[in-house]
Design a protein. Structure first.
Length: 438
């Protein structure tokens, strides 16, 4: 998502500078983790789509596949959807695996050459969860685009709890009040409905897509078979109290198999960890007696509030802190969201979030072949079950606990700094080098 967004932004820059129609060549250089795992993460495919004007939130997986195939066959792309140029992928898209740009491991440089021989170049960094910053923004340490003055600013879990206690608000209430600084309630609700619908559609599509995942590892999609098994043995399943776990596993697998196949997922907080929040949310909808539409909104707003703490105080990028920043954060977000939807207190919500991350500390990111398949797909299923367990543990307590969420976030940040570079989304360590790819 980050590279696709960056490609779109670069094309917009060319258009703004009246250079788009005179551009004759586009070159893209990838660096660091982005270069090392780019093929496996379908970064090449994403860049072709982004340069063609496709945005992540508008992607149609089937149409996208046809677009990529057409570009590769013709060695031509329609820049921004309006200006056709030649594009030799082997020449114009380079994976610089031995080089790293200064500010982040996920760096990329776009260079456009115009008809008069001039060039326009821009460096972007994909910093996690689809977020992209350009080199100028990093250099001046500027706040994120679209920053707003909010009524209840917070930068730590303790501050969030203090606001909740002082104002007698839930964490979801605080998140909604802050969103109102930019959007009316009707738009907030519309976007929440759209997020839930996209998550649900991804689960349903993943359960119906059989076959082998692309990339060369020959990983078979398991979600369709598991769905068939669960629906066929519905009556017998009543005798097995752990059948609910099978359903949660199914939903998480379905999402991450879709992600591995280049389908449309909701980044929560990253694509590699996209299955946990949807699986736990559907668990809430299907297996808890008090599930309501308001509960779904509470779940998502609370999960977002918790995710923002990790993003601000540590990282959600596997290239920076390993998979603890992806699956660990997703587990924490889902645990918090479920606890809030189950009428947990702010203290119980914070406790659930803390438990969710505490038991993912040190999780490395070492995907085999650079593909978001092994161990990523199963890791999401396990993470979803951990989130439910974290919520249940928090709900049987009163919210008081020994280790705070802030302490766990800081521990995660320091653990990421201490982690050897090869275990941070490079495919140079761990399972990636101890498992034969073919």
């Amino acid at each position: 998502m980050g590279p696709m967004t960056a490609a779109c932004r670069f094309v917009e820059t060319l258009r703004e500078k009246a250079l788009l129609e005179t551009t004759t060549r586009i070159e893209v250089d990838l660096y660091g983790s982005l270069a090392l795992t780019g093929k496996g993460h379908a970064t090449d495919r994403a860049l072709l789509l982004g340069l063609s004007g496709t945005r992540p939130d508008q992607i149609d997986p089937d149409a996208a596949e046809r677009t990529v195939d057409r570009i590769r066959a013709a060695e031509r792309l329609s820049l921004g959807g309006t200006h056709e140029i030649g594009f030799d992928e082997a020449r114009d898209l380079r994976f610089n695996q031995r080089e790293r740009l200064p500010h982040h491991s996920n760096g990329m440089r776009f260079t456009a050459t115009t008809a008069d021989g001039g060039t326009e170049s821009q460096v972007y960094y994909s910093v996690g969860g689809g977020a992209v910053v350009d080199e100028a923004t990093v250099a001046r340490n500027a706040p994120p685009e679209g920053s707003w003055d909010v009524p209840w600013p917070y930068s730590s879990g303790d501050e969030l709890l203090a606001i909740a206690a002082r104002e007698q608000l839930s964490i979801a209430d605080i998140a909604r009040a802050n969103e109102r600084a930019a959007l009316p309630d009707e738009e907030i609700d519309r976007r929440l409905v759209a997020i839930e619908a996209a998550m649900s559609a991804c689960i349903d599509r993943g359960m119906g897509q059989d076959g082998i995942l692309p990339g060369g590892l020959n990983v078979k999609r398991r979600a369709p078979g598991l769905y068939l098994l669960l629906t066929e043995r519905a009556e017998r399943a009543l005798q097995d109290p752990l059948t609910v776990i099978d359903w949660v596993n199914l939903w998480a697998l379905a999402v991450n198999e879709e992600n591995a196949a280049g389908g449309k997922v909701v980044t929560a907080p990253t694509n590699g960890a996209a299955g946990i929040v949807p699986a736990v949310l559907r668990y809430y909808q299907r297996f808890t007696p008090r599930a309501t539409d308001e509960g779904v909104r509470t779940f998502l707003l609370t999960a977002a509030a918790i995710g923002s703490l990790f993003k601000e105080n540590a990282s959600i990028s596997g290239a920076e802190v390993g998979c603890q920043g992806e699956v660990g954060v997703a587990c924490s977000m889902a645990a918090a969201g479920l606890t809030a939807a189950m009428d947990g207190t702010p203290g119980q919500v914070e406790n659930a979030a803390e438990i969710g991350m505490e038991h993912n500390l040190g999780l490395t990111c070492d995907p085999v072949g650079g593909l978001v398949q092994v161990p990523c797909i199963e890791r999401n299923a396990v993470g979803a079950i951990k989130a439910i367990e974290a919520s249940r543990l928090a709900l049987i307590g009163d919210g008081s606990h020994r280790v705070s969420l802030d302490q766990v976030i800081e521990t995660m940040r320091k653990t990421g700094l201490d982690m050897n570079e090869r275990y941070k989304e490079t495919s140079l360590g761990g399972l990636a080098v101890n498992v034969v790819e073919c």
